[in-house]
Design a protein around this ligand. Structure first.
Ligand SMILES: [Zn+2]
Length: 417
């Protein structure tokens, strides 16, 4: 296979359709993919992983609506500085409502809805929420350029003194998630404003935010490049870049320091001195959009997901109809243990055909006459290895251990990856 074939082979759009992960329909619209059951499992597992990592890092989750009144985006600055990327407003009686272009304004309002003491800071609000971008139809495709985005987003409201530490902790969280997911950052970019009038706030605030982000990157010992014209309209940001197999670069994760929106929304906290102070807003995303993250994982693994993400973790194959019952019992046992297991019986074809059809499942358990008599299953690993016959309870236990460990190792005896 040459490089070109390998790229094509790993194209997430092709694999997505072939493996039944996601698809599109012209009637739903371009850039609006839907998720099929196996793709939904990968997405759900990834989302739950991120929520758990965020909970462990002190974030608390909220839900907020995907629509907001036009006035909300006028206040946030999106209306003036970001409207070309937004859907046109909808008339609703005397009001205009807009599909939101980001989650920040909603989280600013959630912060503002209660009074806060300095003792509550840093306050970390996270959400996996929908947002929308009016991408031109020519650039839409697969999961990487979409109009409806599920964003892994969070906003940390903190004091100025806490800002660098919070931004650094966000970078650490990104790093540990990449290690768990097998994602490699191709480079770190400090994105600064460029020429033109797209940006808000005075140069003083930009200089301050940029200096803090440099401090974060330098303190973390991370090599980075500065890029003009890549900042958000309200502030500079650290972009974590990934590269696909065709060499195309994209931003997956971001950390931003924002003095602007706390001003616009009039946010404050009560300090130790009893006076009102302005918090800083740190915007950060660990895996960016769920769509882009899944597209990247599909391409990285060529559809052969690590055990914990695999739509089907264990395929159970009775050799003949006589072993259907013990095979079904193994599936029930695995499902009861929280695993994703499926039965592939003889009605689905010859044993060889069923083994090939289940080739992306990390584990196959073949049950013949001898195995059935002894309560065993002959184990095949996705990489072609055959560890031999194991008692079915032992097999379920081992797969459960591999899934919980979240690594890419298939078998206990493998060297850690
Ligand atoms: Zn934000």
């Amino acid at each position: 296979m040459n490089d070109h074939d390998r790229d094509r082979h790993h194209d997430h759009r092709r694999l997505g359709r072939e493996l039944g992960l996601f698809d599109t329909d012209p009637l739903m619209g371009a850039g609006l993919p839907y998720w099929l059951p196996d793709g939904a499992i990968v997405r759900h597992t990834l989302e739950e992983y991120v929520r758990q990592a965020e909970r462990a890092a002190g974030y608390r989750h909220v839900y907020s609506p995907v629509l907001g009144k036009r006035e909300l985006y006028e206040l946030s600055g999106h209306w003036d500085h970001y409207s070309e990327d937004m859907f046109p407003p909808m008339e609703l009686g005397a009001e205009q409502v807009v599909l939101r272009p980001s989650l920040c304004p909603h989280h600013a309002l959630i912060y503002r809805s209660r009074s806060h003491s300095y003792r509550e800071l840093p306050l970390r609000i996270a959400e996996l929420g929908g947002m929308y971008r009016s991408e031109p139809s020519g650039v839409l495709g697969g999961l990487t350029r979409v109009r409806a985005i599920q964003l892994n987003d969070a906003h940390v409201f903190c004091t100025l003194e806490q800002t660098v530490e919070e931004a650094r902790a966000a970078l650490d969280l990104i790093g540990s998630a990449y290690a768990d997911l097998g994602i490699r950052a191709s480079r770190y970019r400090l994105s600064l404003p460029g020429e033109g009038g797209r940006y808000v706030a005075g140069p003083g605030l930009w200089r301050r935010a940029t200096a803090l982000l440099r401090e974060v990157l330098d303190g973390s010992g991370i090599a980075y490049e500065e890029a003009e014209g890549e900042a958000a309209f309200y502030g500079p940001k650290i972009d974590v870049q990934i590269t696909d197999r065709a060499g195309r670069e994209a931003t997956l994760s971001t950390v931003q320091i924002d003095f602007h929106q706390p001003e616009r929304f009039g946010l404050h906290y009560v300090g130790a001195d009893g006076a009102r102070h302005r918090p800083v807003m740190v915007h950060r995303s660990v895996i960016g959009s769920v769509e882009r993250a899944v597209a990247h994982l599909v391409e990285e693994h060529g559809g052969a997901f690590p055990v914990w993400l695999a739509p089907v973790q264990l395929a159970v194959l009775p050799v003949s109809g006589a072993q259907e019952e013990p095979a079904a019992e193994l599936v029930r046992r695995a499902v009861a243990a929280g695993l994703r297991a499926e039965l592939a019986g003889p009605e689905q074809g010859s044993l060889g055909a069923r083994v090939r059809a289940a080739r992306l499942a990390p584990y196959q358990a073949v049950i013949g006459e001898r195995e059935a008599a002894d309560g065993l299953a002959a184990v095949r690993l996705r990489d072609g290895r055959r560890p031999g016959a194991l008692p079915v309870g032992e097999l379920v236990r081992r797969i459960g251990e591999r899934a919980a460990a979240r690594g890419v190792r298939l078998w206990e005896s493998d060297a850690p990856a």
